[in-house]
Design a protein around this ligand. Structure first.
Ligand code: ADP
Ligand code: MG
Length: 726
C-alpha cells in the first residue's frame, strides 16, 4: 500500500479536509451524550437550575444565609450582590418586579454582573458549603433544642434533617429534602440563630467542608431552587427553557455532524474513485508499454484482473477506510477521555468490554479470515473454469465432454458456495453475539452505575452518558477490527498492482535515437543473432546471419517450433536479441525509436487479430490518414476486394471484436491489407498465407511482386510453392 502512496498525492487536500471533517464529526458525537446527561441532571433533576449561585435572593434569605457564613464569605456576599428596587430593569431589560414578583416588598438582592470570575468561583463554593452548613446546623439545633411549632407538634423543622452531613452511603442528597423547603419557617429561627455562639457555626462549617465533594456538587442547586421559589420565579418555565435550550443545541450538533458525515462521504468517494482512475490508467499505460517478454511473464487474464478487480479493492478501502481508519481512533480515544471524566471508578467496565470484544473478534478472525483468502482463489477458479468452458464450447461439444465440463464447473461452484456459506454463517453468528455483548455491557453499566447513584457518587444522567461513551468506544474497536480484515485484502491487491507498475519494460527507446539511413532503406540484416526466451533452457535461435534486401523476397521454411516466428519478431524489436545484432536500414534496432522502426515495417502476425470497427477502419488502423483509394488498393493487393464487395455494407461492414464474424481466410486478408496500407519498406508475413487457398495465394503473391517491387519481403511459409520465387 505504502508503495502506491504517490497516487494519493493529488488528493492530499481532499484527504486533509476529510480528516478535519471527521474530527468535527467526532467532537459533535462525543458531545451529544454529555448534553443528554445535562438534560437529565440539570434539566430534570435540578429543575433547570444550572448554578450553585443564585442570580437573586430576598433580603430575608440574604440575612439568613449570611448567618451561616464565615466573615470572609459574608464580605464576598456583600460585594457580590446589590439591592434592587421595583423600578429598576434587570440585565435582560425586564423590570425586577416581573422577574421576582414575590419579594419586591421585602427587598431583593441581585447578583452583580461585573464581579470577577475569581469571586464567581468562590461564590459557587461558598453557597455549596453554606447549604451543608445549614443542614448540619439545623440537625444540631433539632437535637439540642426542643423545638415546638405553633400547633405544638414536635420536630417542626421544615427540613427533613436525618442527614448528619458526613456523606455516608445512606445519605443521598434526596433524603435531606432541602428542595421543598419553606424558607419562611426557617426565618422564624433567625432570633434563635442570632443567639448562638460563633463556635456553633464554625463547627457546622467544618463538618460541611468534610462532606463528599461529589455529594456537595449534586446538592448545590437545592438551596438555589428554594431561594428562587421564594422569589416567585416561574420554575416550570426555567426547567422547560433549559431543556429546550440544550435540546436545540443537541439538534444543531446533530445537524453539523450529519453535514460532516455527508461531506466526508463526498470527499472519500472522490478520493477513492480518483485514485482508482489514476491507478487504472497507470496500469493500462504501463501494460501497453510492455514488450512481449513482459506479456509472457504476466498472463493476460491476470493483467485484466489487476487493472480492474484489484484496483476496485483499493478503491473500496479508500472510500470506506478513510472514515474507519481515521474515525475509529478519534472516537476510541475521545470516548475514553469523556467516559473517564464521567467516572473513573467504572473504567474497569471499559477494560472488560474491550477484552471480551477482542476475544470475540479474534475468534472470528481465526475462523473466518483464512476462509476469506480461500474464497478469493475459489472465485478465480470458477472464473477460470467458466471462461475455458465458454471459449472452448465448440470443442467440448464436438468431443461430447459437456457433462465432464458441467461437473468440473459444479465442483468449483459448490466449493465456492460451501465456503461462502461458512463465512456467512460465521458472520450471522457474529451479529447476535455482538448484540448480546453490547446489551450485557449496558446492563453491567446500569447495575454498577445504579450503585454509584445510590451512593451519590454519580448522577443518573452521567450513568446514561457513560453507557453511550462505552458504546462509542466499543464501536470504534469494532471498526478497528474491520480495518484488520479490509486492509490485508487491499494489501494483496496493492502488491499485485505494484508488481505491474514497477516492471520496467525490457524494450525502451534509446535516449538519443538514431535515424534510418535513407541509403540503406529496407535492408534487414541479422549479424550472428542468438536468442533465448526468458526462463528457457536453450536458445531458440543460435548464431543466425542473413541480409534481406529491397526488391527481394526472403523466405523462411521449417518445421513447427524451429524458430521462424522468433526471427520475425526480432525485426520490429518485439524482443531484444540475446547476442549479435539486428539491423534495419543499416542501424541496430536498439538504437532506433520504436515508433520510427515500426513505421517502416508492415507486420502480418501468425495469429491474425482484428479490432472491432468497420473494415475500412481496420485496414487504415496503422495509417489513419489513408484515403479511400489507398484502402481500396491495399484491399485489392491483399485479394480482399471480392469478399468486401459481396457484403451489402462494403467497407462499412462492422467487424466484431476479435474478427469473429469473418472467416479465417478473410481475417488473414484484412490483416495483410492493414500492413499494406501503411506502405512500409519492409513486409513481414509470418505464415500469413496459410489460411488462403492455392489460387488466392498465387494471386496474392503475383500482386505483391508487381505492386511492391521495391519492398523487402520477409515471408515465413509452410508451403514450398509460396516461396518458390524467393
Ligand atoms: P515457429 O518456427 O513455429 O514459428 P517459434 O519461433 O514460435 O517457432 O518458436 C521457437 C521456439 O521457441 C519453440 O521451441 C517455442 O517453444 C519457443 N517459444 C516460442 N515462443 C515462446 C515464448 N513466448 N516463450 C518461451 N518460449 C517460446
Ligand atoms: Mg510460428
Amino acid at each position: 500500500m505504502i508503495k502506491l502512496r504517490r497516487f494519493l498525492k493529488p488528493f492530499l487536500s481532499g484527504l486533509l479536509i476529510a480528516i478535519a471533517l471527521l474530527f468535527v464529526q467526532a467532537i459533535c458525537e462525543l458531545n451529544l451524550p454529555n448534553l443528554m446527561s445535562n438534560i437529565v441532571n440539570v434539566g430534570i433533576q435540578q429543575g433547570g437550575v444550572e448554578d450553585g449561585t443564585p442570580e437573586a435572593l430576598s433580603a430575608d434569605s440574604h440575612t439568613f444565609v449570611r448567618t451561616f457564613m464565615s466573615e470572609e464569605d459574608q464580605a464576598l456576599l456583600y460585594r457580590s450582590y446589590v439591592a434592587v428596587s421595583e423600578t429598576e430593569l434587570s440585565e435582560n431589560g425586564k423590570p425586577y418586579s416581573e422577574l421576582y414578583p414575590n419579594a419586591m416588598d421585602t427587598g431583593v438582592f441581585a447578583l452583580r454582573t461585573d464581579i470577577s470570575s475569581e469571586d464567581r468561583t468562590k461564590l459557587d463554593y461558598t453557597f455549596g458549603l453554606t447549604t451543608w452548613t445549614i443542614i448540619n446546623a439545623l440537625t444540631q439545633i433539632q437535637s439540642q433544642y426542643d423545638l415546638v411549632d405553633e400547633s405544638g407538634k414536635a420536630n417542626a423543622l421544615p427540613v427533613d434533617v436525618k442527614s448528619n452531613g458526613t456523606g455516608g452511603p445512606s445519605d443521598s442528597a434526596d433524603t435531606v429534602g432541602l428542595q421543598n423547603i419553606d424558607l419562611d419557617t426557617l426565618y422564624e429561627l433567625q432570633p434563635l440563630l442570632n443567639s448562638l455562639p460563633p463556635a456553633f457555626f464554625v463547627d457546622a462549617r467544618n463538618q460541611a467542608a468534610q462532606v463528599d465533594p461529589n455529594m456537595r456538587e449534586q446538592s448545590k442547586t437545592m438551596l438555589v431552587a428554594a431561594l428562587y421559589r421564594e422569589l416567585g420565579v416561574d420554575m416550570t418555565a426555567l426547567e422547560i427553557d433549559y431543556i429546550l435550550k440544550i435540546g436545540l443545541l443537541m439538534l444543531l450538533i446533530t445537524l453539523v455532524s450529519g453535514v460532516a458525515t455527508v461531506l466526508v462521504s463526498f470527499f472519500s468517494t472522490r478520493i477513492g474513485a480518483g485514485v482508482a482512475r489514476d491507478l487504472r490508467s497507470a496500469v493500462f499505460s504501463r501494460i501497453t508499454s510492455f514488450s512481449h517478454g513482459e506479456f509472457d511473464r504476466f498472463s493476460t487474464a491476470s493483467l485484466i484482473t489487476r487493472s480492474t478487480n484489484d484496483v476496485t479493492q483499493i478503491q473500496m478501502v479508500l472510500t470506506f477506510g478513510i472514515r474507519m481508519i481515521c474515525y475509529a481512533p478519534i472516537m476510541g480515544i475521545g470516548g475514553t477521555i469523556m467516559a473517564l471524566q464521567k467516572s473513573v471508578s467504572m473504567s474497569w467496565i471499559i477494560g472488560v468490554g474491550v477484552v471480551v470484544l477482542l476475544c470475540i473478534i479474534g475468534t472470528l478472525m481465526v475462523v473466518v479470515l483464512p476462509k476469506f483468502r480461500i474464497m478469493q482463489t475459489l472465485v478465480d477458479r470458477v472464473n477460470l473454469v467458466a471462461r475455458e468452458a465458454l471459449s472452448g464450447l465448440m470443442v467440448i461439444r464436438a468431443f461430447g465432454r459437456t457433462d465432464f465440463e458441467q461437473q468440473r464447473f459444479d465442483e468449483a461452484n459448490s466449493d465456492l458456495t460451501r465456503t461462502t456459506l461458512f463465512v456467512n454463517r460465521a458472520m450471522t453468528f457474529l451479529m447476535p453475539t455482538m448484540m448480546l455483548f453490547m446489551n450485557g455491557l449496558s446492563v453491567l453499566i446500569i447495575w454498577v452505575g445504579a450503585q454509584h447513584v445510590a451512593q451519590s457518587q454519580m448522577q443518573v444522567g452521567d450513568v446514561m452518558a457513560y453507557m453511550q461513551y462505552v458504546m462509542q468506544i466499543i464501536t470504534s474497536f469494532m471498526f478497528i477490527a474491520m480495518i484488520f480484515v479490509f486492509v490485508p485484502r487491499a494489501q494483496v491487491s496493492a502488491q499485485r498492482i505494484h508488481e505491474v507498475l514497477e516492471t520496467v519494460p525490457a524494450i525502451v527507446d534509446p535516449a538519443n535515437p538514431r535515424h534510418i539511413d535513407p541509403e540503406s532503406r529496407g535492408i534487414v540484416e541479422f549479424k550472428n543473432v542468438s536468442f533465448r526466451y526468458e526462463g528457457a533452457d536453450e536458445n531458440a535461435l543460435s548464431n543466425i546471419s542473413f541480409i534481406a534486401r529491397p526488391g527481394q523476397t526472403t523466405a523462411f521454411i521449417g518445421s513447427t517450433g524451429s524458430g521462424k516466428s522468433t526471427i520475425v519478431n526480432l525485426i520490429p524489436r518485439f524482443y531484444d536479441v540475446t547476442a549479435g545484432s539486428v539491423l534495419v536500414g543499416g542501424v541496430d534496432v536498439r538504437e532506433l525509436s520504436q515508433h520510427e522502426l515500426r513505421g517502416h515495417i508492415g507486420y502480418v502476425p501468425q495469429k491474425n487479430v482484428l479490432l472491432s470497427g468497420t473494415i475500412a477502419e481496420n485496414i487504415a488502423y496503422g495509417s489513419l490518414d489513408s484515403s479511400a483509394v489507398n484502402i481500396a488498393k491495399a484491399a485489392r493487393i491483399a485479394q480482399a476486394t471480392e469478399f468486401i464487395e459481396e457484403k451489402t455494407e462494403g467497407y462499412d461492414f462492422e467487424v466484431a471484436q476479435g474478427g469473429s464474424n469473418v472467416s479465417g481466410g478473410q481475417r488473414q486478408r484484412l490483416s495483410i491489407a492493414r500492413a499494406l496500407a501503411i506502405e512500409p519498406d519492409i513486409f513481414l508475413f509470418d505464415d500469413s498465407f496459410s489460411a488462403l487457398d492455392m489460387k488466392t495465394d498465387a494471386a496474392l503473391r503475383r500482386a505483391l511482386s508487381s505492386d511492391l517491387a521495391d519492398s523487402t519481403l520477409i515471408i515465413v511459409a509452410q508451403r514450398v510453392s509460396t516461396i518458390r520465387n524467393a
